[in-house]
Ligand binder design. Structure first.
Ligand SMILES: [Zn+2]
Length: 127
């Protein structure tokens, strides 16, 4: 079963189908969207809707295009201070808390607890 439906158009002499980044949950939405596109974009010669494996990212209802919001994941909880781990650079997993604890920890705990513990371990291992 396809995950989504993607509109495609032929808009020049090449005869090539080209798509955009829009992926709809239903064939009807994709057809309406590409039909309206062909009304506005005079160089469109042909339109079609193809099945896509990509996740749905837009809806088209009453001729309005809306981005589908991805559900936000629950933040991870730091296993040391039990505060939510902030997202940095799109990364929500924080840091490895070992050897202090098994699990993920926040950036403060990494700097103040985990790194000193690792250094202490290295030192004692070297002695
Ligand atoms: Zn923490």
């Amino acid at each position: 079963m396809p995950k989504s439906y993607a509109p495609e158009v032929i808009a020049d002499n090449s005869g090539k189908w080209c798509g955009n980044q829009l992926r709809f949950a239903t064939r009807k939405e994709a057809e309406e969207n590409v039909f309206d596109l062909s009304m506005r974009w005079t160089s469109v010669r042909e339109t079609r809707v193809v099945e896509s494996d990509e996740p749905v990212n837009y809806s088209y209802v009453d001729r309005k295009l809306r981005a589908v919001e991805e559900p936000k994941p629950e933040p991870l909880i730091c296993c040391i201070c039990e505060q939510p781990i902030p997202i940095r650079h799109g990364w929500a997993q924080g840091n490895n808390a070992e050897p202090v604890k098994e699990g993920r920890c926040c950036y403060d705990c990494e700097a103040q607890v985990v790194l000193p513990a690792r250094i202490a371990r290295l030192r004692s291992a070297g002695e």
